[in-house]
Design a protein around this ligand. Structure first.
Ligand code: TRP
Length: 331
C-alpha cells in the first residue's frame, strides 16, 4: 500500500486556496490510505526573515485549522516538523549527495533569491529538506499542487543517487499525487490565492465576512453589463462554484451565465450558499478546538510520537548504510 506524506507551511489559518488545492484532498486520502502522514513544515518557514512570535502563532493556527478542516488524528498522523529532529539529520546526509547545480536550477529558488541582496543558504537547501521530509518515512506518494512537481523530481533524483552510491534499494521514488482541483486564483482574479497578496478567503471566516469578500470579487472582465453573456470558463467565481456547489447547480450556473439570465451578483449569492454549507462544519470544529485547545496539543503529540518512531528507525538504518552507526571494538 502506498505511503502518503505531505507537508504545508505554517502560514497561519488555512484559506480556501490551500484547502481546495491540498488539504481537502488530504482528508480524502486519510480514508483510503491509513497511516497517512501530514506535517506542518516549520523548519521550512524560517528560510526568510520572520518574527518568532508570529511564527509561533502561525504554527498554532495551521495545526488548529488542519484539524478543523477534517484531518483526523485517529486516521492520520499530524505533527510539527521541528518535533522530529531526524528531518534535519537526513537532510544533512542528502546535502552531501546533491549537486549544487540542481539546487540552483529550482524555479522557486530562482524566483525568491532574485529579489534578495544576501541569499541565505537555507533557501537553496529548502528542497533538500523537503526530500528528507518525504524519504524519512519512505513515502512514495505525495499529494501536492503543480508548483511542487520540480521539488519532487529532485527528491526522486536524491533517492536514486543514495541507492546507487551505497548499492542499496532503500529509498522509494516518491511521486506527486496532483490535486484534482486546478489552481485557485485570488479574488482579484489576477494571481494565485495567497495570504501575502491579501486576496484570500479564510477557511474560518464568518458567513458575513465571506460575503463581503465575494461581493466585489472579479468575474469575467468582458462582462460589463448584466445583459452581456458571460464566459464561465474564464470566470474565477465559476471555478469556485465547481469546488463548492453541487453538480446540477454548477450546470445551472453555467447556463445562466452564458445566456445572461443571471447577473454576477445572482451567481455569487448561490456560490455563497454553497460555501456556507461546506465551511460551517469546519468553523464549528475550529470553535470547539478554541474551547478545548489541549486537543490540538494532544493531536500533535500523538502524531509526533508516531512520526518519531518511524523516523528513528529510518535513521538507524541510514546510519548503518552510510557507515555512521555505533562503533564496536575491532575483532
Ligand atoms: N514546499 C512545500 C510547499 O511550499 C511544502 C513542503 C515541505 C512539502 N516539505 C514537503 C510538501 C514535503 C510535500 C512534501 O508547499
Amino acid at each position: 500500500m502506498a505511503r502518503i506524506f505531505s507537508g504545508i507551511q505554517p502560514s497561519g489559518e488555512l484559506h480556501i486556496g490551500n484547502y481546495l488545492g491540498a488539504v481537502k484532498n488530504w482528508t480524502h486520502l486519510q480514508e483510503t490510505h491509513p497511516g497517512a502522514i501530514y506535517c506542518v513544515v516549520d523548519y521550512h518557514a524560517i528560510t526568510g526573515a520572520y518574527d518568532p512570535a508570529v511564527l509561533r502563532a502561525r504554527r498554532w493556527g495551521m495545526a488548529k485549522s488542519l484539524l478543523a478542516a477534517g484531518i483526523d488524528p485517529a486516521k492520520a498522523s499530524l505533527f510539527m516538523q521541528s518535533d522530529v529532529p531526524e528531518h534535519t539529520e537526513l537532510s544533512w546526509i542528502f546535502t552531501t549527495i546533491t549537486p549544487l547545480g540542481d539546487l540552483e536550477r529550482q524555479t522557486q529558488f530562482k524566483d525568491k533569491s532574485s529579489k534578495m541582496e544576501s541569499i541565505p543558504a537555507g533557501l537553496l537547501m529548502y528542497p533538500v529538506l523537503q526530500s528528507a521530509d518525504i524519504l524519512l518515512y519512505r513515502a512514495d506518494s505525495v499529494p501536492v499542487g503543480e508548483d511542487q512537481v520540480q521539488h519532487l523530481e529532485l527528491a526522486r533524483d536524491t533517492s536514486r543517487k543514495f541507492n546507487a552510491k551505497f548499492g542499496v534499494e532503500y529509498f522509494p521514488e516518491p511521486k506527486p499525487l496532483l490535486t484534482p482541483t486546478r489552481r485557485i486564483m485570488g479574488l482579484d482574479g489576477n494571481a494565485k490565492m495567497s495570504k501575502s497578496l491579501g486576496n484570500t478567503v479564510g477557511l474560518l471566516e464568518s458567513d458575513e465576512e465571506i460575503w463581503q469578500k465575494l461581493r466585489p470579487a472579479m468575474t469575467d472582465p468582458q462582462r460589463v453589463r448584466k445583459s452581456d453573456p458571460g464566459r464561465p470558463e474564464v470566470c474565477n467565481i465559476f471555478q469556485l462554484h465547481k469546488a463548492f456547489s453541487a453538480e446540477p447547480t454548477v450546470e445551472h450556473v453555467r447556463q445562466q451565465c452564458e445566456t445572461a439570465g443571471w447577473g454576477c451578483m445572482d451567481c455569487k449569492k448561490v456560490l455563497h450558499e454553497g460555501m456556507v454549507q461546506e465551511l460551517t462544519p469546519i468553523r464549528r470544529r475550529a470553535e470547539a478546538l478554541d474551547a478545548e485547545p489541549q486537543r490540538v496539543l494532544d493531536a500533535l503529540a500523538s502524531g509526533a510520537a508516531t512520526a518519531r518512531g518511524l523516523a528513528q528507525e529510518t535513521m538507524r538504518q541510514v546510519r548503518e548504510i552510510v557507515g555512521l552507526d555505533g562503533l564496536s571494538l575491532p575483532a
